[in-house]
Ligand binder design. Structure first.
Ligand code: SF4
Length: 89
């Protein structure tokens, strides 16, 4: 187990709560707090949030909200996961 979810890209995307997003709120401007909070609230109820977050971290998505996280939050999570893997090996 490497800490990342086992997923197939096409498979998890089909269950995304943001599939019908027409406002583009998942790629907000840095200071658009309203859009960020709206997107994160949708992620909170998304059934594929874990897969989405794992995909974003594994593929180094540097913009947008994935799995209720902003890029800075994902960078921090990735550092933590890498550290956990190091300690476990
Ligand atoms: S967690 Fe958020 S960004 Fe990811 S698929 Fe679900 S709604 Fe979309």
């Amino acid at each position: 187990m490497n800490g990342f979810a086992d997923y197939e890209y096409e498979e998890w995307r089909e269950g995304a709560a943001c599939a019908d997003d027409t406002e583009g709120i998942f790629f907000p401007d840095e200071g658009d707090v309203g859009a960020i909070l709206r997107a994160k609230s949708i992620c909170a109820d998304c059934p594929v949030a874990d897969d989405c977050l794992a995909y974003a971290i594994e593929t180094n998505q540097s913009v947008g909200i994935w799995g209720a996280t902003m890029p800075r939050e994902r960078r921090k999570l990735k550092r933590q996961w890498i550290e956990e893997i190091r300690r476990a090996s």
